[in-house]
Design a protein around this ligand. Structure first.
Ligand SMILES: C[S@@+](CC[C@H](N)C(=O)[O-])C[C@H]1O[C@@H](n2cnc3c(N)ncnc32)[C@H](O)[C@@H]1O
Length: 372
């Protein structure tokens, strides 16, 4: 795979100099697991949290067949599929949700460590509950994203944990002897009179983020939209707190909430169920608003994703605003909260139309942009 590694791409995720599709942690996970994969029965390999396909396709290229793989982000999943087509490896794996079927009977799990400990706990519990008792989990990441707390979380579900030497600022944890398996259950809390549900890794957990709070305080009574064909839209919905808030505030309104993260979508569905509004709120896994028709929406609320890599943030927000502009009908509104330091106003003006400040506090700004 070494030559083919160079051909792996992040597309359709943002691409820019310095943003890679495969990194030293991926290579270390593959190297540290090579003998284990070789010894395992070929159909028993599972990959969790691959970024763009390096682990799945690396294992397949080394002979693994019927690899079961799960990627939280839809753009990562689409990148895996595109990379697999280019490498003629599309038949070597299946994409599955983070449920029992993914890990049932597995003897080898390659895991790219998630940043969230709650997410790691959900994954470790699921593997321990359903994988083969002899399963070996090879879990790796970049040192800057790892902490000893991860060892503690893995130890909640595995009796033996070995730690590799660091290589190129990456490390691998090898977990064996699963015990106390448990299926993931969402964290539950109340905020703003709503029941909020969050599986591990969902933005802000089962809490109300302070930016989201300012957005909710600012949202007006929507003067249009809220019908089945023109629902109020909660874009990048996370736990669905904004969509649930709109659906409970406007008891007849239809709402559409979407996010590209599988954990977010599962959380948002659980949030809608917990509030008894699942019949009026459609929750979808989507990259931005790709499933929504042009010029079809009157009202969109958005707390956009930001990212520690500046190049990602700089490229992601304009793409998201452009998709909002495509989906809003003329006169339709985007209500958006953003960290004031990001200075999104000219971007919003350029992509959508007249943009006014609706609220501002020490950290965040809420704007309303009207589609020209
Ligand atoms: C700042 S969080 C906001 C979550 C929620 N609306 C709230 O306020 O609590 C941003 C969300 O954007 C989602 N996201 C990132 N990229 C996306 C994309 N391309 N399409 C849809 N959602 C995306 C993330 O998964 C995350 O849940």
């Amino acid at each position: 795979m070494s030559g083919a590694f160079e051909a792996l791409r992040r597309w359709p995720d943002v691409e820019a100099p310095g943003l890679v599709a495969v990194d030293a942690a991926d290579r270390l996970i593959l190297d540290e697991s090579a003998d284990i994969r070789e010894a395992s029965q070929r159909g028993d390999i599972v990959v969790i949290n691959d970024a763009y396909g390096a682990l799945t396709l690396g294992a397949a290229d080394a002979g693994a067949t019927a690899v079961r793989t799960h990627i939280d982000s839809l753009t990562g999943e689409r990148a895996l599929e595109a990379n697999a087509r280019r490498a003629s490896l599309s038949d070597s794996f299946r994409v599955l949700p983070l449920r029992a079927e993914l890990v049932r009977g597995a003897r080898v799990v390659l895991l790219r460590l998630p940043r969230s400990l709650d997410s790691l706990r959900d994954i470790a519990g699921l593997i321990a509950a359903h994988a083969h008792p002899d399963v070996i989990v090879v879990a790796g990441g970049r040192l800057k994203h790892m902490s000893v707390s991860m060892n503690a979380v893995l130890s909640e579900h595995f009796g033996r944990l070995d730690v590799s030497h660091a290589r190129q600022k990456s490390r691998v944890l090898i977990a064996r002897e699963p015990h106390d398996g448990v299926d993931p259950a969402p964290a539950a809390a109340q905020a703003e009179g709503l029941e909020v549900r969050a599986y591990g890794g969902a933005f802000a957990g089962a809490r109300l983020d302070i930016g989201t709070r300012l957005l909710l305080e600012s949202l007006p009574i929507a003067s249009a939209g809220g019908t089945p064909s023109d629902p109020l839209i909660d874009l990048a919905c996370g736990t669905g707190i904004v969509g649930a808030w709109m659906a409970t505030r406007y008891p007849d309104a239809h709402v559409y909430a979407c996010d590209q993260s599988a954990v977010a979508v599962e959380s948002a569905r659980a949030t809608m169920l917990a509030n008894g509004i699942q019949d009026r709120v459609a929750v979808a896994r989507d990259d931005m608003l790709s499933a929504r028709p042009d010029a079809s929406a009157s009202f969109i609320a958005l707390n956009p994703p930001f990212h520690s890599a500046a190049a990602v943030t700089d490229l992601l927000a304009p793409r998201m605003f452009a998709d909002v502009a495509r989906v809003l009908r003329p006169g339709g509104q985007l209500w958006c909260v953003w960290n004031s330091g990001l200075k999104y106003r000219p971007l919003l003006e350029g992509a959508i139309g007249t943009t006014e400040q609706a609220a501002r506090n020490a950290k965040f700004t809420v704007t309303v942009s009207t589609r020209r």
